[in-house]
Design a protein around this ligand. Structure first.
Ligand code: HEM
Length: 145
């Protein structure tokens, strides 16, 4: 199965997903796995000494940020578009403009995400391709030299 090509090929709404068309969301274990990624991501951020400046720019309760990350990742990986249904178009770069995001901040974010992916996703080839794609997205959030 060429699941790599399907990774971003299908962006179905919650009610029109075709169960015969598997995509990254289904292949890595659906909602349960995505919730774990969001959970481990914020667990890492809170526990690691090297990601405390990233933690300190968060204003919302961590549980709320974790829920939003879960909802965003659900749609981004080809599952239900939970974030979009609640908040409209993600426009992620614009939503991150209030925060000064330099290269160091991007690296802290990716450190947490890499560990979360390794812990939540079983297959190394799935870990690798999702980490690569999310690295591109994360680098696009940089808004400060
Ligand atoms: C790479 C550097 C990044 C940094 C430093 C960063 C930091 C932040 C911060 C500080 C918030 C606000 C949380 C709060 O209000 O307490 C936030 C929100 C959010 N971030 Fe990021 N983020 C980064 C990349 C990403 C990426 C790559 C994604 C997607 C995979 C993402 C998804 C989100 C979502 C969905 C929200 C919630 C937005 C909302 O308020 O509706 N972030 N991020």
């Amino acid at each position: 199965m060429n699941w790599f090509k399907k990774l971003f090929a299908s962006k179905p709404q919650a009610d029109d997903r075709d169960p015969s068309q598997s995509n990254a969301y289904d292949l890595i274990g659906g909602e349960k796995t995505i919730r774990l990624i969001a959970h481990y991501f914020y667990q890492q951020m809170q526990q690691r000494p090297d990601t405390q400046s990233l933690l300190s720019i968060h204003r919302a309760p961590i549980a709320d940020s974790e829920q939003k990350l879960f909802e965003f990742l659900s749609g981004w990986l080809g599952g239900p578009q939970l974030y979009q249904q609640k908040y409209g178009h993600p426009a992620l770069r614009a939503r991150h403009m209030p925060f000064a995001i330099d290269q160091a901040m991007v690296e802290q974010w990716l450190t947490c995400m890499e560990q979360a992916i390794i812990k939540a996703i079983k297959k190394p080839e799935h870990q690798q391709v999702i980490f690569q794609a999310i690295s591109t997205l994360a680098n696009n959030m940089r808004n400060k030299d």
